[in-house]
Design a binder for this molecule. Structure first.
Ligand SMILES: NC(=O)c1ccc[n+]([C@@H]2O[C@H](COP(=O)([O-])OP(=O)(O)OC[C@H]3O[C@@H](n4cnc5c(N)ncnc54)[C@H](O)[C@@H]3O)[C@@H](O)[C@H]2O)c1
Length: 280
């Protein structure tokens, strides 16, 4: 897709961070928007800023973990805008805790949003994007933690690895089908957003790593986040225009990707060692 002008993009998790930045960057490029999130106040703020840039904006409260709600929203988007060309399955949450101390309920919570939200968004929008008869694109947000694992992040890791597997499989199907619709899997490194602040984290993280507190660990991680949400949005949109299969965001993501490819198994020792040091 060479231009977003006069296209319609649907974005989940548009109230904050990368989703909000994507909305504003797309609005600047004259792309109409269908925004959703569970945070109604944040969503209204994004919608207002985007409208000020002169595009049509609709917004809906949608929990991406609810299949019927996502399908109903997709149908509403076509009713409101007449078509849809892009879906950004971006909404996501984080979870810290060891495997032994993470409840099933917490695993179900993160998979419901980070994995099932992406599956529902893809399956609900893909037929509608194809039906537009125009160029279309599915953008699924994984993470650098969809490329390699780290301790205390089993829920996040499994959700983001699964998004990568799902999206890479879809991309090959779209290649084989040879139509006007494509897809991209996005792997951000640390982006300055609200994700760490809104993460669920339990005391097992402190117990395992020896960190003084989960809060200390959270702020140490946040201090390492290098890229702004606006920069991330620009990299994602350039990747869609270039029809990339995989988009890495930030120097940290590129280094960690290289580490994983150079030491595909033994990277685990290095990561575990880094966690020990960070806890001190
Ligand atoms: N920030 C990072 O360092 C980073 C790194 C790699 C990947 N990511 C991924 O980027 C995506 C965007 O995250 P962000 O960093 O902008 O975080 P963020 O917390 O700023 O924004 C996430 C948005 O998702 C929304 N959301 C949460 N649960 C939802 C649900 N059930 N239904 C609908 N919306 C929901 C939140 O309300 C919020 O507005 C996520 O998938 C995240 O995993 C972020």
């Amino acid at each position: 897709m060479k231009t977003f002008q006069h296209k319609v993009a649907a974005i989940t998790g548009a109230a904050s961070g990368i989703g909000q930045a994507l909305a504003l960057e797309l609005a600047q490029q004259q792309c109409d928007l269908a925004l959703s999130d569970v945070d109604e106040a944040g969503l209204a703020a994004t919608a207002q800023q985007a409208r000020a840039l002169g595009v049509e904006v609709t917004s809906s409260k949608v929990n991406v973990a609810e299949r019927e709600a996502v399908h109903a929203w997709a149908a509403q988007v076509v009713q409101d805008h007449g078509k849809v060309n892009l879906i950004f399955n971006n909404a996501g949450v984080a979870l810290g805790g060891t495997v032994e101390d993470t409840d099933y309920e917490d695993y179900e919570w993160i998979l419901g949003i980070n994995l099932w939200g992406v599956v529902y968004g893809t399956k609900a929008f893909l037929p509608l994007i194809k039906a537009s008869g125009e160029e279309g694109h599915v953008i699924n947000v994984s993470s650098v933690f969809g490329l390699f694992s780290q301790p205390t992040q089993s829920g996040y890791n499994m959700s983001k690895f699964a998004v990568r597997g799902f999206t890479e499989s879809l991309r090959q199907e779209l290649d084989l089908a040879g139509g006007k619709v494509s897809c991209t899997c996005v792997h951000p490194g640390g982006i300055k957003t609200n994700i760490a602040r809104n993460a669920r984290m339990n005391r097992s993280v402190e117990n395992l790593t020896g960190s003084a507190s989960a809060e200390k660990m959270r702020s140490q991680f946040e201090a390492l986040f290098m890229t702004t949400a606006q920069q991330a949005a620009r990299v994602i949109l350039a990747g869609v225009k270039a029809d990339k299969r995989r988009v890495l965001i930030g120097p940290d993501a590129r280094v960690l990707d290289l580490l994983q490819r150079s030491l595909p198994v033994s990277y685990q020792r290095l990561v575990a060692g880094t966690f020990k040091l960070a806890g001190r």
